[in-house]
Structures are given as structure tokens and as C-alpha cells.
Design a protein around this ligand. Structure first.
Ligand SMILES: *Cc1c(COP(=O)(O)O)cnc(C)c1O
Length: 236
């Protein structure tokens, strides 16, 4: 039987996330409006996405282009932006460029070039983040911190892409000191990237922190958190 989303439960969960976001911001001496809430809606139905879109969510995050296309076709985002946060294959960029407000998971010069070529073809400028594999884990996507500098130079030479910042999925998924250490490393890398390209006012996004770790991420400088189970419940 199809799972029926519970509006009251969704509303309670989003309110709880917002409450903890505000608390973490205050703790860090930051304004709450500096941090955006991305609802990571992989595997959720269009009905669930549409219900959540009416709540205090800033944008959606999709991992699969098929789900992005389906949710978009169903009008499930209610006009809110959607970011692409999953692994993107070079031969699949055509259906994501121009649909996602930001492609957060750009992790190679090859993918960057493919996105830039497609954006040029569509006559648009595609916003992107570079995904950094900060823990240097074999199991994860993302570029190494050192690879960031040549990728930034390439992005700067491509007029059809605009680098907005960095994204990471660190090795720890909680609010522990270890988790904070990874987030602090990302924050330092982000600041270094901004200092390296002075005048790049559009480098404004540091996407890090998930359901179990967003409090630590906000306290360490995240401007965008991606929350899935904390909004929609466990994935079946
Ligand atoms: C699923 C997912 C999230 C959200 O994870 P939760 O632990 O469910 O909050 C965040 N970022 C990415 C890239 C994801 O794939």
C-alpha cells in the first residue's frame, strides 16, 4: 500500500529542525538567515515533496536526475529551487543543467567541462559547488582539497559556469568533536578559496551538515544544510 504522508508530522519535524538551526546559529553568534535549509528528498514521493514545500524549507536537494525530473514535472517544489546533490555522470548532465539552481556535486575537471559545454549550448550560466572529499575516503565522491585550486582556475576560465562555493560529506555523521574538526577544515578551505579569488562575491555557499550533524556544521560555518530523515523520517 502506498505510504500516505502525514502533514502534521512533517510540520513538526521541520519546526524542530528550524528551532535547532536557530539555536546553533545563536550559539555561534550568527544570524539565522545566513543558513539555508535544503530538504534532501531522495526516494520521496511527489506528494511528500509537495507537502513539505509548503513548510519552512528553502530549497530541495535531489540525488537522481529521474527523481528531479519527476518531482519537477509534478510541480512538487511549488516554485522553490532545487539543487542537485548526488553523483552525476558526465553523460547525464544534459538533464540536470538548467534544471538545478546549483549543481553541488562537481568533483572533477571532466564533469566541470561537460557541465560548462551543456550550459553554453543552452545559453545559460550554471551555478555549481565543488564537492570535496575532505576525509579522503575511497568510498566517497569528491575531489581532494589540493585538486580544488586547479579546478577553481578552470571554472574561472569558463563563462558558462559560476562557482558558488563548496560541498562536503565528511566521515562523521554526528555532532561530535570529530565531526566538528572536519567541518572546521572545510570552513578553512572555503575561506582560503575566497581569499584566493578576491572580488568573487558570489563564492557564498558552504554546504555541509545532515540530519545527525547539522548543529555542529552550523556552529562551524555552514551556510546550507541538507536534511533528509530529519524532515521525512527513515527511508524505507
Ligand atoms: C541523503 C543525503 C543527505 C541527507 O541525509 P540525512 O542523513 O537523511 O539527513 C544529505 N546530503 C546528501 C548528499 C544526501 O545524499
Amino acid at each position: 500500500m502506498a505510504h500516505t504522508p502525514d502533514m502534521a508530522l512533517l510540520a513538526d519535524r521541520v519546526a524542530a529542525v528550524r528551532f535547532h538551526m536557530a539555536q546553533a546559529a545563536a550559539q555561534a553568534g550568527r544570524r539565522p538567515d545566513e543558513i539555508k535549509l535544503c530538504a534532501a528528498c531522495k526516494s520521496r514521493s511527489s506528494e511528500e515533496v509537495r507537502l513539505s514545500a509548503g513548510l519552512e524549507i528553502d530549497l530541495f536537494g535531489e540525488n537522481r536526475m529521474q527523481e528531479l525530473a519527476a518531482h519537477m514535472a509534478d510541480g512538487a517544489y511549488l516554485g522553490k529551487p532545487c539543487h542537485f546533490i548526488g553523483h552525476l555522470q558526465t553523460n547525464k548532465v544534459r538533464r540536470v543543467v538548467g534544471q538545478a539552481a546549483i549543481i553541488e556535486s562537481v568533483s572533477s575537471i571532466r564533469l566541470l567541462s561537460a557541465i560548462a559545454a551543456e550550459a553554453r549550448k543552452q545559453g545559460i550560466v550554471q551555478d555549481i559547488l565543488f564537492e570535496i572529499n575532505i576525509g579522503e575516503e575511497d568510498s566517497k565522491m569528491g575531489a581532494s582539497a589540493e585538486a580544488l585550486w586547479p579546478m577553481m582556475d578552470d571554472a574561472a576560465s569558463l563563462p558558462s559556469v559560476r562557482l558558488r562555493g563548496l560541498m562536503a560529506i565528511p566521515p562523521a555523521f554526528d555532532n561530535s568533536p570529530e565531526s566538528r574538526r572536519w567541518f572546521a577544515m572545510m570552513r578553512a578551505l572555503f575561506e582560503k578559496a575566497r581569499a584566493r579569488h578576491p572580488g568573487s562575491a558570489h563564492l557564498d555557499t558552504l554546504s555541509m551538515g545532515m540530519t545527525g550533524s547539522y548543529i555542529a556544521a552550523i556552529e562551524e560555518g555552514a551556510t546550507l544544510i541538507r536534511v533528509g530523515t530529519g524532515i521525512y523520517g527513515e527511508r524505507s
